[in-house]
Write a protein that binds this ligand. Structure first.
Ligand code: PLP
Length: 411
C-alpha cells in the first residue's frame, strides 16, 4: 500500500515537464547554483503572502520571525516588506541588522539571553522581550550601568494555548514568558525603574490550520492584554498578538482561512477596551510567510531494490531538510509533498521510498509514495522547504557537502 503525501502548493507549474520555481526551470537553477542539493526560494510567493496579509489585516502590523528562514538574500527582501523582525538570539539580531532592518523595528525574544547579548541589543535600541523576572532585573541593571534607557517588553505566558496547535509554547509550565498573574507587578517595577516599557508579547502556539482555534486564541489574547493593562494602569504601546498561522504539510490538511481569522480580529479590535485605544498591534509569522516559497532539490544518485521495495537514494537528506524526514517535532512520520522535478506532471508509475545519503535509518525523505518512474540523475523536489529547512537541520552531521541556496523572483 502506498502512502499519501501532503499537497504540493497549487501555484507550481512545469515547462515541458520541468518544474518551474518562480518561473525559472529547476535544471537551469541547479546549473547556475553549480550543483544539488539546492534550496530555491521564490520571493514572489512571499510577496503574495504579505499582500494577502495586508489586505486582510489593514490595522495590524506584520512581523517576520526570522528563525523560520534567515538566508540573507531572502531576509533583506523580506525586511523591506514587513514592519518588524523578531529575533531569538544575538546571532539572529546581527542578521536582522545586516539585512537592513532599523533597530527600533527589531525585537529580541527567547529564553537564556546572556548579559552581553542584552547589552548589545540595548546599545542598538532593540526591544528586548523579557522572558522572566530574573532577566528583567539583569536588563534593568545593564541599562543603569551603561546609562541606556532600555526598551523592554514583557513576554506573557498565557493560561491558554491555540487549541490543536502543533507546537505548544504556552499554557501551564513553560520556559517562555512570565506567568500572566505575575506580569502586572513586573511591568510596574520596570516603569518604576524608568525603563522604556514597550508592551506585551503574547505567543500562544504555532502551526495551526484551524481558523476557529486562532480566532479564539486571538480574542483571549486581546482580553488578556486589556486586563493586564487595566491592572497596570498604563496603556501598552505595542501588543504582539503572536502568530501561529500554519500551512498544510500532510495529506488531508487544508489551508488556513486567513480571511476568516482577520474578519474576527478586525471586529474584535474595533470594540477593544479603551485602555488599548492607542496601542499598536502586531502579528508575528514565520512559516506562513515563507514555508511554501521554498523547494529543496536533490539528485538521485542510486536506485536500488531491497526485499521488493524500491529506494531512490539522493545526494540530500535530513542534514539539510530535517523536517521532511519527520525528525523535527513530528510524533508519527508523514510524507511532505515530493515530485520528480524533471518529470513534473507525468503519471505516477511506481511506488518508491526516497531516502537521503546519510548512514542512518532516520534519513527518509518520502516513504512508499507513488511517483513517475525516476532514474539516476533525475532530481527530486521536496516542497514546503522555505521554513525550518536548512537553518533547522544538522548540516555538519556526517560531513556531506553543504546545501546551496538561491532566491528567485526578486524584481
Ligand atoms: C517560532 C516563533 C514564531 C514563528 O512561528 P511560525 O510557526 O514559523 O509562524 C513566532 N513567534 C515566536 C515567539 C516564535 O518562537
Amino acid at each position: 500500500m502506498s502512502k499519501p503525501m501532503g499537497p504540493i502548493p497549487p501555484s507550481f507549474r512545469a515547462d515541458d515537464e520541468m518544474l518551474l520555481i518562480g518561473g525559472r526551470r529547476s535544471d537551469t537553477l541547479i546549473g547556475e547554483a553549480g550543483d544539488t542539493p539546492l534550496f530555491v526560494y521564490d520571493f514572489q510567493m512571499v510577496e503574495h503572502k504579505v499582500e494577502r496579509f495586508r489586505v486582510a489585516f489593514p490595522n495590524v502590523q506584520l512581523h517576520y520571525a526570522i528563525k523560520a528562514n534567515s538566508y540573507e538574500p531572502l531576509l533583506k527582501n523580506i525586511a523591506r516588506l514587513v514592519d518588524g523582525l523578531d529575533v531569538a538570539s544575538a546571532g539572529e539580531m546581527e542578521m536582522a541588522l545586516r539585512a537592513g532592518a532599523a533597530a527600533d523595528r527589531i525585537s529580541f525574544a527567547g529564553p537564556g539571553k546572556r548579559d552581553s547579548e542584552m547589552a548589545a541589543a540595548m546599545a542598538e535600541g532593540i526591544t528586548i522581550n523579557l522572558e522572566s523576572e530574573g532577566e528583567a532585573q539583569r536588563a534593568v541593571a545593564i541599562g543603569n550601568s551603561q546609562s541606556i534607557r532600555p526598551r523592554l517588553a514583557v513576554r506573557v505566558n498565557p493560561d491558554f494555548e491555540i487549541k490543536g496547535s502543533a507546537i505548544r509554547m504556552s499554557g501551564g509550565a513553560r520556559p517562555f514568558g512570565v506567568d500572566s498573574d505575575r506580569v502586572s507587578d513586573l511591568v510596574r517595577s520596570l516603569i518604576e525603574a524608568k525603563a522604556d516599557w514597550r508592551g506585551f508579547h503574547i505567543f500562544a502556539g504555532s502551526q495551526s490550520l484551524s481558523a476557529d482555534s486562532l480566532i479564539d486564541a486571538q480574542a483571549a489574547t486581546l482580553d488578556l492584554a486589556a486586563a493586564l493593562a487595566e491592572k497596570i494602569g498604563v496603556p501598552p504601546p505595542l501588543v504582539n498578538l503572536g502568530g501561529g498561522f500554519g500551512i498544510p504539510y500532510f495529506a488531508g490538511e487544508k489551508p488556513l482561512d486567513v480571511e476568516a481569522v482577520a474578519k474576527a480580529l478586525n471586529r474584535k479590535l474595533a470594540s477593544r477596551a479603551t485602555i488599548l485605544a492607542e496601542t499598536v498591534f502586531a502579528i508575528e509569522l514565520g512559516r506562513w510567510l515563507v514555508g511554501e516559497a521554498g523547494v529543496y532539490l536533490t539528485r538521485i544518485v542510486d536506485r536500488k531494490v531491497s526485499h521488493g521495495k524500491t529506494f531512490l537514494v539522493t545526494d540530500g537528506g535530513l542534514h539539510h531538510q530535517l523536517a521532511a524526514s519527520g525528525n523535527f517535532g513530528q510524533v508519527v512520520r508523514r510524507n511532505y509533498p515530493v515530485a520528480v522535478a524533471n518529470r513534473f506532471g507525468q503519471m505516477s508509475g511506481e511506488e518508491v521510498s526516497v531516502v537521503g545519503c546519510l548512514c542512518t535509518p532516520l534519513d527518509r525523505l518520502a516513504d512508499d509514495v507513488m511517483l513517475p518512474r525516476a532514474e539516476v540523475g533525475d532530481v527530486i523536489a521536496i516542497f514546503l522547504a522555505g521554513a525550518y529547512g536548512l537553518s533547522a537541520s544538522p548540516q555538519a552531521f556526517l560531513g556531506h557537502p553543504q546545501a546551496r541556496e538561491t532566491v528567485v523572483g526578486v524584481s
